[in-house]
Design a protein around this ligand. Sequence first.
Ligand code: ZN
Length: 514
Amino acid sequence: MHDLVITGGVVHDGLGSPGAPVDVAIEAGRVVGVGKHVGPARRTIAAEGRFVAPGFVDAHSHSDALPLMTEPQPFKLLQGVTTEVVGNCGFSVAPLDEVSARYVDDAWGDLLPGVSALPGSFADYLDRVEAAGPTNNIAPMVGHGTLRLTANGTRRDLSDDALATMCALAEEAFRAGAAGLSTGLIYVPATYADTDEIVAIARIAARWGRPYATHIRDEGERLGEALEEALEIGRRSAAKVQVSHCKAFGPENKGKSTLLLNTLHRARAEGIDVRGDQYPYTASSTFLVTLLPSEASEGGVEELKARCADPEVLRRQLTPGSWGPTTAEDTVIIAHADASTVGRTVADVADTRSLDPFAAVCALIAEDPGAMVVEHGMHDDDVVAIMRDPLIGVGSDNGAPLGMQHPRTWGCFPEFFGRFVRERGIIPWEEAIRKATSSTARQFGLQHRGTLQPGSIADICVFDPETIAHPGSYTEPDVTPVGIHHVVLGGTVVVDHGEFAGVRAGDVLRAGSS
Ligand SMILES: [Zn+2]
């Protein structure tokens, strides 16, 4: 007697094979049979008219601390996502010491409501998340930004022993099971790092067989140079490279998806194992402070606030590529201590305050250094070209599912399947499912995940290809997706007839222990 069978659906293996009308049998958390007449079970899910696919694997998540919240946060499960790779863009929430933990809380105004950053090793963080019980699986990477913050504060130049400290902390994180090394080279203090510094740490990742995932230094004007740096790091360290949230940003950079894709394919031909991920939207989202020159944040949050009080000095330090490709009309504030600014463009706030846009940005950061924005700056042609490339997987780049966020937080995967696969026919279903499952699982070494075949861990999404969608928008993003009927996590039904079952059944996936 099986624990669970899913009958009558069209089963996708996650490897890109065409769907097949077969049943799936699950026992002790694993898929034990895929075929006709798999036998009886204690529970049957009838999946007529639906697709039965591996649970989606989110290549690019920022859910690191969400499992620590009092209430479970099922927003990913409700999209069919069973595993998230977290710790992206150089931001992991460990390792931290007293000083760096305080900085993180000051800069972000606490990690999350009710959750502050805690000093501790990477292993401590994994234990803490495991004890809390995540709602879905998480595979955490260690962030270079966090390593640098802990080893060297927010200073630009490294102290004598800082790189050795970063390497030792990275080694410890990989031993504990970190899924990879990430960088976010537009953020302070990571942006102060030169290529050699990152190569030194990426070599440790490579020795442990873990990938290097990077939010590159520039996604617009200097996209080509920024990609070359990522590839140089891959070449010199021998780590696999994952280019995070691939895009060509800013109206002047329309068409640069060709440069991006050609560069990735050329690098693969040269022997560098590089891939990428993407969220299916023409707007990005990040901290408002990234629009300032990197000098602004040197020394800490109080120094940043003081510099923002005198925008003229900062204005002279502006380089093309930071403020450059963004327009005040296309930048919308989505999180700020002054709630009256949320949902409005920088241009609009500047107008109300009789300031020019740059001065308004400085004033907004002085009031709330953790302010966040959505920036409308990509062309649909580039989004689609990147999506069509087989090297690119799906990664949401979500924020916390609280307040106003980019709709990708609640809707990335249903938006991808509903809008781009069903409505627009950009890629076939089986290829889209592969991009959302095995493609990412393989890149991050997630064994027995992202596939649906005998022996796979029973992480499964049952969805309706005719209705899957995210009805949210930029102005009303926090809407539950439709068309996701059942989600199974390690054999446990965690989304049942579209409703979260209330259980915290996720695992912390430690690399190197299966
Ligand atoms: Zn990023």
